[in-house]
Design a protein. Structure first.
Length: 255
């Protein structure tokens, strides 16, 4: 790794390494791939937010494009992502809004990398633990491009297998996750946070939760108590767009 003082060189190196794992992958890189992965992961705990952001982006790309080879580096990648998500905001960052923005962009990208691991490499770790950590760190608040990707993945998971998000390994509803989901929906039900197709999927998700007799009352109560009036209005607006046409469109997109 390049010395900490060479921030611009670190960024330049990471951009090259990120491109290599995204566009070349393990089949082309061969024996060099683990060393490249180690280099990228090594920067995930950098004191510089921009460096952490570039590192976790690369980890997300390794999850998405690494195929079966990812299993050989998964533990290192997961530990690096956790380190980046939990990286504390120091006093100097707290004093400047620009640095705070960079910090939250780096954290958003780390959470997004975790989401990519869940989506593309779910067999590499305890899915229930990963989902718990991922959900607790949603919604993304600064990187709206990554927010749209994560919100789409969340919506699709809730449509395909809602128990993955809402239940424990024994199939019991986790009230804490349902409460967190309500908070996430308050943010995600907005065109800034989610594409139109994702908003349609969220409309079906909200309708399904509202019509599920086992949890409908609890879901409504949480919406009433945990959301601001603005966020309640967002969720209601998306819920109201759910009709048979939207359901059919969403079903076709998920087929």
């Amino acid at each position: 790794m390049i010395a900490d003082g060479s921030k611009q060189k670190q960024k330049f190196l990471l951009f090259i390494l990120d491109d290599m794992v995204e566009f070349l992958g393990p089949d082309f890189l061969g024996p060099a791939y683990p060393a490249i992965a180690q280099q990228i992961c090594g920067y995930a705990s950098s004191k510089y937010s921009a460096i952490r952001q570039a590192a976790v982006y690369g980890i997300g790309m390794m999850a998405q494009h690494g195929g079966v080879t990812f299993s050989t580096i998964s533990q290192q990648c997961l530990e690096s992502v956790r380190s980046a998500i939990e990286y504390p905001m120091d006093a100097a960052t707290k004093e400047k809004k620009g640095k705070q923005t960079q910090y939250y962009h780096a954290k958003d990208n780390a959470v997004a990398a975790l989401g990519k691991i869940l989506k593309y490499q779910s067999t590499c770790a305890d899915t229930n633990l990963l989902v718990e950590f991922w959900v607790q760190n949603l919604p993304l608040t600064h990187d709206m491009e990554e927010a749209k990707v994560q919100n789409e993945f969340l919506a699709e998971t809730l449509l395909k297998a809602p128990g993955v998000i809402l239940e424990d390994q024994s199939g019991n509803l986790q009230t804490g996750r349902l409460e967190k989901l309500v908070v996430i929906l308050g943010e995600a039900c907005h065109k800034k946070q989610s594409d139109e197709d994702t908003l349609d999927k969220l409309a079906v998700v909200i309708a399904n939760l509202s019509q599920n007799q086992a949890i409908a009352g609890q879901f409504q109560s949480l919406c009433d108590t945990k959301l601001s009036e603005e966020h309640k209005a967002r969720v209601m607006s998306i819920y109201q767009r759910c009709n048979e046409e939207v359901r059919a469109k969403v079903a076709a997109s998920m087929a």
